[in-house]
Design a protein around this ligand. Structure first.
Ligand code: GDP
Ligand code: GDP
Length: 434
């Protein structure tokens, strides 16, 4: 089964225009959707190395002045059958009451959704679309379906949300681990060391704009895909940090990887470039393991381990949940640990708390540290975990104004204290409860 993408939104926002954009790029392959009586067609869209199916949903009929049960039913049907939802809104008009209704239904489905602000015909109009951020979607893209503006960016977003090609069964079970780190820290030595003669497949990772080197490795009878983010850069090695960083920010390999290993050089420590890479991984919300390589060069290992750990904690505060491991690609020391850690952090990345666990956590957090400001008490009215990879929690509070960063920080620490979430980012979002 290919990933199904549904385009939803109220009338006249530009759904059909967008749909035609999608299928207009390539000769459309028409699939029959079994079990649907209405006139619906599925079109296959190819983008980079992945395929998905975009569904031509029938337009809404009937009275368009109220959000009717029928509209809700049609929307739910489309959402139910989709894996990824493109929620289209009209950037020229601004938020319409129906948009809020639709947003609510989509959120309840807990499916992957991308908010598509359409009719942003020029860059200058983009600011007009910012109000749509209040609908609370993580992924937002400003496009013009008519003019073809930022359609590629939208396709890229869809691409990165297609977790694996469901036609190949193997990809689902094999962890993809990407090595990131500036030139000469030892990434390719790492790959060589673990793949040895076993290096079975060497090719450019499909779908990457730049060249990454991908190898299949087997550790403890388990298969992994290891990706060197700077692999074969146009046949030659990358020269400087700047070049590497700019490559990295556009490299799809990170989006596609399950776990990232930030490789640093023990003879240099955690510098500016490592901080920048960490920030990028943080933005992409990937689980991370920090590997300090060339450990064989270090004499006083105990002192150095303490020093590097503290240095990382100090300079990369926003990633204090990542573990630091000391390795040698040259001698093979602790390379196995990286794979064990990858399994652990990936499980945390996928962790779903039960509502009971969450209830208890909120109760205890409030008991430990009630938030009172200007005589008002912060209350958590509703809360839920709405996503994994990474875990995302949404809290509706009685008064959003009461919140401040330090309390959010306290809550995140409280989550980690109780549930670990070792090695993975978690996202806490707060909303005004109405
Ligand atoms: P649907 O009802 O959501 O399928 O919307 P349509 O695709 O039929 O588009 C509704 C109207 O909006 C049409 O007149 C389109 O030409 C117009 N439209 C669609 N996309 C854009 C866009 O990017 N910019 C502008 N200015 N108009 C658009
Ligand atoms: P990349 O640019 O990150 O892929 O780095 P390379 O794997 O090409 O390594 C750069 C240099 O560091 C090479 O000269 C390697 O031999 C050396 N190197 C890599 N790993 C280690 C290690 O664990 N110990 C030592 N002593 N040298 C290493």
């Amino acid at each position: 089964m290919l990933t199904k993408v549904a385009i939803v939104g109220r009338p006249n926002v530009g759904k059909s225009t967008l749909f035609n954009r999608f299928i207009g790029r390539k000769k459309a392959i028409i699939h029959d959707t079994p079990g649907t009586t209405r006139d619906r067609n599925d079109y296959e869209v190819n983008w980079k190395d992945k395929k998905f199916i975009v569904t031509d949903t029938a337009g809404w009929s009937g009275d368009e002045s109220v959000f009717s049960k029928d509209m809700e039913r049609q929307l739910n049907l489309a959402v139910e059958q989709a894996d990824i939802i493109l929620f289209v809104v009209d950037g020229k008009i601004g938020i319409h009451p129906f948009d809020a209704e639709i947003a609510k239904q989509i959120r309840q489905s807990k499916k992957t959704a991308i908010l598509v602000v359409n009719k942003i015909d020029t860059q200058a109009e983009e600011t007009k679309g910012y109000e749509f951020y209040s609908l609370g979607f993580d992924e937002v893209v400003f496009i013009s379906a008519n003019h073809g503006r930022s359609i590629n960016e939208l396709l890229d977003k869809v691409w990165s949300n297609i977790k694996y090609d469901r036609t190949t069964k193997q990809a689902q079970e094999v962890l993809k681990i990407i090595l990131v780190g500036k030139p000469n820290v030892g990434k390719s030595s790492f790959v060589n060391s673990v793949s040895k003669e076993e290096r079975s497949i060497v090719h450019d990772a499909p779908g990457t704009t730049r060249d990454s080197l991908t190898v299949n490795v087997n550790f403890n009878n388990k298969d992994y895909i290891l990706i060197d983010s700077a692999g074969l850069h146009r046949g030659s090695k990358m020269k400087d940090d700047m070049e590497y960083l700019s490559t990295l920010s556009t490299d799809y390999a990170i989006e596609d990887a399950d776990v990232a290993v930030l490789v640093a050089d023990a003879s240099q420590g955690i510098g500016e470039t490592e901080v920048k890479i960490a920030r990028l991984l943080h933005e992409k919300r990937k689980p991370v393991i920090v590997a300090v390589n060339k450990w064989d060069l270090i004499e006083d290992k105990e002192q150095a381990a303490k020093y590097f750990t503290e240095q990382f904690r100090e300079r990369v505060k926003f990633m204090d949940w990542a573990d630091v491991v000391f390795i040698s690609a040259k001698t093979g020391q602790r390379l196995e640990r990286i794979f064990q850690e990858a399994e652990i952090v990936y499980r945390q990345y996928n962790r779903q708390l039960t509502q009971e666990e969450l209830n208890a956590l909120v109760r205890d957090a409030v008991a430990r540290k009630p938030l009172v400001r200007k005589g008002k008490v912060l209350k958590f009215k509703e809360y839920a975990q709405v996503a994994v990879k990474p875990p995302v929690f949404i809290f509706s509070v009685n008064d959003l104004e009461l919140l401040h960063f330090s309390y959010e920080r306290f809550l995140e620490n409280f989550f980690r204290e109780r549930f670990g979430f070792h090695g993975t980012p978690i996202v806490l979002k707060f909303r005004q409860f109405f």
